[in-house]
Design a binder for this molecule. Structure first.
Ligand SMILES: [Zn+2]
Length: 185
């Protein structure tokens, strides 16, 4: 019975990811390439990399201050701790699936994959918040006009993604989102 449910849910996942890809191609007019196909496949989509930049943004005082902001707000360590907590919960979840529910390792991993999807999105939003904080830190040090320039540069370098797509796949908010957060428009 649980087996049927598992495969129904995986089927739903595939359909929703296809819809998300099609929507993304329509709204951004950017081709997805082979990664777009791989992202649809359960488990594989947990490890497919997401290209984020067309070119690396030029080194600037804003980028430097942004990184300084991450350091002074202890973002790296907070992110690591959060990841470790997720990892511990994942191990506990796997153990429960194997022992209490007597599932095979294969099915347990697939259940973990499904259960992790919403937590991954929440983790992304948490990371986004850190990025907004680091941007705000940099703007406080350098002023609004330098911040504006940096956001413009970022928008030029970044591969455009929609907000929904970014919530599912990215640890960084999109350039337009960062701009809106920082400059309020
Ligand atoms: Zn950052």
């Amino acid at each position: 019975m649980e087996q049927v449910l598992l495969y129904i849910l995986l089927g739903v996942e595939v359909v929703l990811r296809v819809v998300l890809e099609v929507r993304e191609r329509r709204l951004t007019q950017v081709r997805g390439g082979v990664f777009a196909v791989l992202r649809v496949v359960p488990l594989l989509n947990d490890i497919v990399p997401l290209p984020e930049m067309r070119k690396t943004p030029a080194e600037s005082a804003f980028v430097e201050k942004h990184e300084e902001g991450h350091r002074s707000l202890h973002h790296g360590i907070l992110r690591s701790v959060t990841k470790i907590i997720f990892l511990i919960v994942a191990v506990w979840f796997l153990a429960a699936m194997l022992t209490r529910f007597g599932l095979s390792i294969y099915e347990s991993v697939l259940w973990l994959h499904l259960a992790a999807i919403p937590f991954r999105a929440i983790f992304h939003l948490y990371c986004w918040n850190q990025e907004y904080e680091a941007d705000a830190y940099a703007m406080k040090q350098l002023g609004k006009s330098r911040a504006k320039d940096a956001m413009r540069e970022l928008a030029l370098c970044e591969i455009p993604y929609t907000k929904l797509f970014a919530v599912i796949y990215r640890e960084h908010p999109t350039a337009p989102l960062r701009q809106r957060h920082l400059l309020g428009k």
